[in-house]
Design a binder for this molecule. Structure first.
Ligand SMILES: CSCCC(=O)C(=O)COP(=O)(O)O
Ligand SMILES: [Mg+2]
Length: 227
């Protein structure tokens, strides 16, 4: 079945792992405590605080304790939906203030633009919240890339290592699994997407192979007509 849509991961795929670990996560560690403590009564923040209490099993946790839990989750890179939602809110302030600029590899920018012009529908699936996804592409070093994308999926569609998440995304896109190409740097994500019937290509920016998935080091060598 020919490819009609491309679904891409962000960290390690379109964007450097170092940008996430050395820039975004430290930014959140620095600014998230004050953000949560001063805005705890705002409905959008209060909702996430409640979700942290529920996910951590600490129903009566104070806001200060919730902040401690969140900082622990950042340190362990936990893909918890309420953490990801709050990180997105904190990063928005950094992007708006010009303190952050999204990193997207030039080869990814070029390929995404070309595929969009050729009529492929482009989607994102990342553990980062949809708000965070729109920010990294909207405030990128290459300018606003959001017009290239037809839609965004995050952990509210399910964990990235479970096939059911990809089945749900294919249904939401309105295509058969094998009409969608999924790109990622994580073999468990590629396995889950393939189990759901999607085509896969692994991105190994430092070289090497990702399991038995076709693996490339750059978007520049992906040929959509040969999948
Ligand atoms: C949307 S940029 C922030 C990325 C992030 O928070 C993260 O956890 C990366 O997850 P990914 O699924 O893109 O590897
Ligand atoms: Mg990744």
């Amino acid at each position: 079945m020919p490819i009609k849509a491309i679904l891409t991961d962000i960290e390690g795929t379109t964007s450097a792992v170092s940008f996430v670990f050395d820039v975004l996560f430290p930014f959140a560690t620095r600014y998230l405590p004050e953000f949560v403590l001063t805005r705890a009564d705002e409905p959008a923040v209060a909702q996430q605080i409640e979700a942290v209490r529920a996910e951590s099993g600490e129903a009566g946790a104070s806001v200060e304790r919730v902040v401690e839990i969140l900082l622990g989750w950042i340190a362990e890179d936990r893909k918890a939906t309420p953490l990801k939602a709050l990180q997105g809110m904190v990063w928005e302030q950094g992007y708006n203030a010009g303190q952050l600029k999204g990193h997207v590899y030039p080869d990814a920018v070029e390929a995404l633009r070309r595929w969009s012009e050729q009529g492929y529908h482009l989607y994102v699936y990342s553990s980062g919240s949809i708000q965070a996804q729109k920010l990294i592409f909207g405030c990128s070093e290459a300018g606003d890339l959001t017009p290239l994308f037809a839609g965004y999926f995050d952990t509210t569609s399910g964990p990235k290592r479970e096939a059911d998440s990809y089945r749900g995304i294919a249904a939401a896109i309105g295509l058969l699994g094998d009409e969608i190409l999924f790109l990622s740097d994580v073999v468990q994500e590629l396995d889950a997407a393939r189990d759901a019937g999607m085509q896969t290509i692994g991105l190994a920016r430092e070289g090497g192979e990702l399991g038995d998935h076709q693996t490339v080091a750059s978007f520049a060598v992906i040929d959509l007509t040969r999948i």
